[in-house]
Design a protein. Structure first.
Lengths: 256, 327
């Protein structure tokens, strides 16, 4: 089974101070750390598990800037066989649609049975690149998958819906599946493997090697701070003081 | 002016709440553009569902077929593409739900129309479509202009618009289903209910809920002690379940439980909308997070910007003191 995994390198913003750049069209990236998108690391693990079971190869592909190669090397260290970086620095403004179309133009020429992506990139939160890629390649897809089995060349996939309800589907290969977090336990790359991967070549593809120009579907006009809704009353003071206030509130509500 | 289409979402024989949010939005946009809001209903039981939405749209386009009983994105795509080609709507609105996520992007790609996912708001000016979306873990909003086109498609975030009920009398238009069987390459097999766990957190008055901020499973006893002191049960975010720190039945949010306790204490939880959807209707929400910009503070009633490990033990002792004084 030959598997392609689409990986995005994203800024880790959950705990960071996210500042808007002067252009208002991007964030200030300087002091942020970057890592493999969370659901992509589950997708990668799932691909490696399938390879270990059925043989074949795992190719990891990313549209990203040069430092994306660090992330791709980690993927190689974990068990990926081949890594491809499409050079974002040559491709101008990019949105989810253009990403999917570019990925599709490159993946079209590869030999694959299954494509895995994450279910959502945590930076843009689109949840669309996988499905758009599948449709562009003319293959079927399923999103938000938390369990996957191969039986007689068919995929049994389980999508996780609202409330944790599972939807069991059967897909024919080739197919694209977007992986939801929690499907497995992503492994850590060993130090030896990381060292070995440091020397591996990463294939790069530039604008001139793509079959055509690609357009975006959308233009980001402006980033801004979300309007504060019912902003919480922030309690301040020493740990002892805030704890006293909170305990008072809880008591007042009759909850003790 | 071409119409505004909203897709009716149903599962296991029930229309889902998002449908009425989409119809509220659809009517609002249709009114401002002086056009019609049309509900698209793909169902195995037209009469039952038409009755429930007849007052909420100007028109209902319905395809009735056993194939639509259980959602299959490929079947829906073929049916919706047929309706779209006959009707050329200005805007198709689908919920940003497990169903809409599976369907929307591929459908828009198939129809070759500009689209945007997970929209919080929609503005139409001079036939141009602008949407507002949330980015970077809910820390920023983005204003996005879609490429000029006669038709657009969006998926819309649930909980973004208060539902209003209309009193219309929709014209019902029936259309033939353009497909007679599930395609061989994607077949729906069955639904599997979430396993029932040892605790039912939806019944609790007090929930002490933990997120990735607790850092390690080894820190759980601190939280358990606190929950015991205050008489609450433990809830958590999805990453806590993903990491195997707590069983799934503790998970609060869109893909977990929806809870409405008297008191919800969020510890080290950032406040992603998928989590908020499961707890924002709690009576009182108290959040402890060391990041002053965490979105959870926009939903909470009281906030403490501090390391949870500094606050929780002290708070536990205060609660015990108060309880003793009372007893
Ligand atoms: C389709 C779909 C469905 C989903 N369903 C759900 C769902 O049902 N429920 C759910 O919860 N999520 C769900 N998610 C995931 C969701 O998008 C978020 O990733 C998740 O809610 C984040 O969890 P978190 O707040 O624990 O982690 P993070 O976002 O990483 O936040 C951790 C927080 O802890 C704070 N923190 C760190 N250390 C400390 C400390 N010592 N003291 C105080 N604060 C600290 C940080 O400032 C940060 O705000 C879903 C996602 C998708 C795509
Ligand atoms: N630039 C990219 N390069 C490779 N894969 C990507 C890229 N952007 C998104 N993806 C894949 O598509 C998934 C969904 O992303 P999104 O639609 O942006 O939420 C991600 O989890 C990745 O697997």
């Amino acid at each position: 089974m030959n598997i392609i995994v689409c990986i995005k390198r994203v800024p880790q913003t959950a705990e960071a101070d996210v500042k808007i750049a002067e252009s208002k069209k991007d964030i200030v990236k300087e002091r942020l750390t970057f890592d493999m998108n969370e659901s992509d690391s589950y997708a990668l693990e799932e691909a490696i598990l399938l390879k270990e079971k059925y043989g074949g190869s795992v190719t990891v592909i990313s549209l990203g800037y040069p430092d994306t190669e660090d992330t791709l090397r980690i993927a190689l260290a974990k068990g990926g066989d081949l890594a491809i970086r499409i050079k974002a620095e040559e491709l101008g403004e990019i949105d989810g649609y253009k990403t999917a179309k570019i990925l599709s133009s490159v993946i079209k020429g590869l030999n694959y049975d299954l494509i895995l992506t994450g279910c959502m990139a945590t930076d843009d939160g689109y949840s669309m690149v996988g499905q758009t890629l599948a449709e562009s390649l003319g293959i079927t897809h399923a999103t938000l998958v938390t369990k996957l089995e191969v039986v007689d060349k068919k995929l049994q996939v389980y999508r996780e819906l609202e409330g944790g309800l599972l939807e069991h589907l059967e897909l024919s290969l080739p197919a694209l599946v977007t992986i939801q977090t929690g499907i497995n336990t992503p492994r850590f790359a060993s130090l030896i493997a990381i060292r070995r991967a440091a020397g591996k070549e990463i294939k790069t593809i530039g604008k001139s090697e793509l079959p055509s120009d690609f357009d975006t579907n959308t233009t980001l006009e402006e980033l801004y701070l979300p309007p504060v809704g019912k902003r919480a009353e922030i309690l301040t003071g020493s740990a002892d003081e805030v704890a006293t206030k909170i305990a008072g509130i809880i008591k007042e509500k009759g909850l003790l | 002016m071409a119409e505004i289409f909203t897709l009716v979402e149903h599962r296991q024989g029930t229309i889902r709440d998002i449908t009425f949010e989409l119809l509220t939005l659809g009517r609002r946009i249709a009114q401002s553009l002086n056009t019609k809001c049309t509900a698209i209903l793909l169902t195995d039981d037209a009469e039952k569902f038409i009755n429930q939405i007849k007052t909420q749209a100007d028109r209902i386009i319905v395809m009735e077929n056993g194939l639509f009983k259980d959602f299959n994105a490929e079947v829906y795509q073929i049916a919706l593409a047929e309706i779209f080609k006959k009707e050329s709507p200005f805007l198709v609105i689908i919920g940003h739900t497990a169903m809409g996520m599976d369907l929307g992007p591929a459908l828009a790609t198939n129809l070759n129309i500009p689209f945007s996912t997970d929209c919080l708001d929609v503005q139409v000016v001079d036939n141009k479509l602008r949407v507002i979306r949330s980015m970077y873990d809910g820390k920023l909003n983005a204003k996005i202009l879609l490429k000029d086109n006669p038709s657009y498609l969006i998926t819309y975030r649930s909980g973004s618009i208060p539902v209003e009920m209309a009193s219309l009398n929709a014209e019902v238009v029936k259309m033939e289903t353009p497909i007679s069987a599930q395609p061989e390459y994607r077949r729906f097999i069955e639904y599997i209910e979430a396993a029932v766990g040892a605790v039912d957190i939806t019944k609790a008055d007090v929930i002490v809920s933990v997120g990735r901020g607790i850092k390690d499973k080894a820190n759980l006893p601190i939280i358990e002690d606190f929950a015991k002191a205050i008489g609450g049960v433990i809830g958590c975010t999805r990453p806590v379940v993903d990491a195997g720190w707590l069983p799934k039945e503790h998970q609060v949010g869109s893909s977990g439980k929806t809870v409405k306790p008297k008191l919800y204490i969020a510890l080290g939880i950032s406040g992603a909308f998928q989590h908020l959807m499961g707890m924002k209707n709690s009576d009182t929400i108290i959040a402890v997070n060391k990041d002053p910009n965490a979105p959870i503070f926009n939903e909470a009633d009281y906030g403490i910007v501090e390391d949870l490990f500094k606050v929780v033990p002290v708070l536990k002792n205060k609660i015990l003191e108060l309880k003793q004084a009372k007893g």
